[in-house]
Design a binder for this molecule. Structure first.
Ligand SMILES: Nc1ncnc2c1ncn2[C@@H]1O[C@H](COP(=O)(O)OP(=O)(O)OP(=O)(O)O)[C@@H](O)[C@H]1O
Length: 245
């Protein structure tokens, strides 16, 4: 059974159909990639799935057997669906450790303080942030470290599924390589991953299935190698990128 099933989901902003009748399923344990040109509806789709900040106008979203469309974001997160954002998002006035502790404590009133602290430290070390820097303020970190912090905070929530919105944006090539390894190790913890990314090599090296959006609609879906070879994808996605280059 699919861990996530999205069925005929729509969201319009005025006359703009940002997400238009989108359907797909994600199996437990897989890394599922979502690609598409700028403005094709990728981040809006994540917003609809997570309920942050809005719900779909129409359609059904089933996560781990629960209908979640229209539920508030905090309720969806507590069911085990976590996300990161395109722009690095953290509590900048708090330390790295305090940020991740919020994730480790979120929705777990019965978790003892010591267990939450252990989980926070483990998540920070897992993403490669050194314990001697745990006291640094989040707002002082580099872009890469802030992305790692956002990932650690999500991992500390112990989600079943993690939605990653452009984790490679603004990273250098070596940082992208590190990030690919980190996402693989995150999946190996048993967390199912849905990944939006512009960097196609990144998506190709990680994803078992790929969905391409264009103007809010599904343009192609399936095995990454097949999808990438699809003429419509080359024209809509690669063509646009090449023209912009
Ligand atoms: N809150 C909003 N209000 C109005 N229009 C919006 C809103 N959010 C997104 N849009 C519009 O919806 C369309 C899809 O945007 P979205 O951010 O989902 O695309 P995207 O594929 O994630 O793009 P990018 O790759 O540039 O991040 C765009 O035309 C965008 O301007």
């Amino acid at each position: 059974m699919a861990l996530l099933a999205v069925e005929g989901v729509c969201k319009a902003f005025g006359s703009l159909k940002a997400v238009d009748e989108v359907s797909f399923t994600v199996a437990p344990g897989e890394i599922f990639g979502i690609a598409g040109p700028n403005g094709s509806g990728k981040s809006t789709l994540f917003n609809l799935i997570t309920g942050i900040p809005f719900a779909p106008d129409r359609g059904r979203i089933v996560f781990d057997g629960d209908d979640i469309q229209g539920k508030p974001g905090h309720a969806i997160a507590r069911l085990g669906l976590a996300r990161t954002f395109q722009r690095e998002t953290s509590f900048d006035g708090l330390t790295m450790f305090e940020n991740v502790l919020i994730g480790a404590s979120y929705g777990k009133p019965d978790r003892a303080a010591a267990a939450a602290r252990d989980a926070a430290a483990e998540a920070l070390e897992f993403v490669g942030l050194e314990s001697r820097s745990f006291g640094r303020l989040a707002g002082e970190l580099s872009v890469f470290d802030r992305k790692c912090l956002m990932l650690a905070t999500a991992i500390a929530m112990e989600p079943k599924m993690l939605l990653l919105d452009e984790p490679a944006s603004s990273l250098t090539r070596p940082e992208i390589e590190t990030s690919i390894g980190l996402i693989r190790r995150t999946a190996a913890r048993g967390i199912t991953i849905v990944l939006i990314e512009h960097v196609l090599t990144f998506l190709m090296s990680l994803s078992q299935h790929l969905l391409v959006l264009n103007q809010g609609r599904v343009l192609a879906a399936g095995e990454p190698a097949t999808v990438i070879a699809d003429e419509r994808v080359i024209e809509a996605y690669l063509g646009t990128r090449r023209a912009a280059a």
